[in-house]
Design a protein around this ligand. Structure first.
Ligand code: 8YV
Length: 331
């Protein structure tokens, strides 16, 4: 029997953006849910006010909950069920201190995000963005044996920074699909049993991975500890023929340093799905031929976005039923 049929007051929740319809139906059946039919982003003020007006909020990674906002007195909100695996948009410590639980959506977006990292790796290596642009502009003058040559992917070394679920899924795609040896850096030691089937070798430093890899793919979490992890010094440690792929968080890369590295030939190319100040993408990046750009679509399939929504809904249901959250974020 649902809470509605038991005649209880349903928890009041705010869903900040439009979600797949099956998720919205589920949320409406279990909660007094305010949906966002027009899908228009909330203002900062609306989001702050929501903390006073709702029992729970289901935000996306684009909505930020800072310590100063979360430490205000009198907040009604008890749970933030983030529609993302990343939770760098929420100051989890401040939320916990304010008695607000935080959950995320791990697991369900692993494969789709790794698919986009693979897509960007191939696009960058094979100059797919530039090629499609010049064809669409009507500039293709016919086959040429030497014009617009990319670089071969098969057999080249993949370097992974952050060997979590998505990093491993990317490593498998590259190893099994393209015969690419894999080296990686991870803060903690990864058990050899977990990586030996795809021959991945853990190296001791980020710089070592950067200097050995032909393609570097970032899969570490966002947040203060990884902000500008890839800076001018680290870009200089990469091979001049190497490509940088980022499907993690824009802030992990110093975008100004990356632009300089691409312009001066410090590295050969980049494939980016995330940016420092989304949805702003620097003009310099948009103008470069050796860059492939996507608008944060790592998890962007109907199946995955539905599973992410259902996972957020499951966390809300568990919370209001007084049960442990399926995927609680802890400090
Ligand atoms: C989300 C993401 O879909 O889950 C994450 O951490 O980066 C994305 O795939 C997006 O951030 C919306 O919340």
């Amino acid at each position: 029997m649902s809470a509605r049929t038991q005649g209880k007051r349903l928890p009041k929740i705010l869903v900040t953006r439009k979600l797949p319809s099956s998720v919205e139906q589920d949320l409406t059946a279990h909660f007094d849910a305010t949906l966002n039919e027009t899908d228009s982003p909330l203002t900062k003020e609306q989001l702050e006010q929501a903390l006073y007006d709702y029992d729970g909020i289901l935000p996306t990674a684009a909505e930020k909950f800072s310590a100063s906002v979360l430490s205000k007195p009198g907040l009604k909100c008890r749970i933030i069920a983030n529609f993302a695996v990343g939770y760098d948009n929420i100051d989890v410590e401040a939320a916990t201190n304010a008695g607000i639980s935080v959950s995320n959506t791990p697991g369900v977006l692993t494969n789709c995000t790794a698919d986009i990292a693979m897509t960007l790796l191939l696009m960058s290596a094979r100059r797919a963005s530039f090629s499609e642009r010049y064809l669409r502009k009507g500039e293709w003058a016919g086959f040429s044996p030497t014009f617009n040559l990319g670089t071969r992917v098969t057999g080249k070394t993949l370097g992974i920074i952050g060997m979590g679920r998505i990093g491993k899924a990317m490593a498998k795609r590259c190893y099994f699909g393209f015969g690419m040896p894999v080296v990686f850096y991870n803060r903690s030691r990864i058990d050899l049993e977990e990586t030996k089937s795809f021959g991945a070798v853990q190296l001791n430093s980020i710089d070592q991975v950067l200097s050995e890899a032909d393609f570097v793919s970032l899969h570490c979490p966002g947040g203060p500890t990884t902000r500008h992890l890839i800076n001018a010094h680290r870009l200089a440690a990469m091979k001049p023929t190497a490509h940088l792929i980022n499907t993690s968080r824009g802030e992990v890369v110093d975008e100004i340093a990356l632009i300089a590295a691409l312009q001066t030939g410090t590295i050969a190319g980049a494939g980016l799905d995330v940016f420092e100040e989304e949805p702003k993408v620097p003009k310099a990046l948009r103008n470069m031929d050796n860059v492939s750009l996507l608008p944060h679509i790592g998890s962007g399939t109907l199946e995955t976005r539905t599973e992410m929504g259902m996972k957020a809904a499951d966390n809300l249901k568990a919370f209001f039923a007084g049960k442990p959250l399926p995927s609680q974020v802890k400090i």
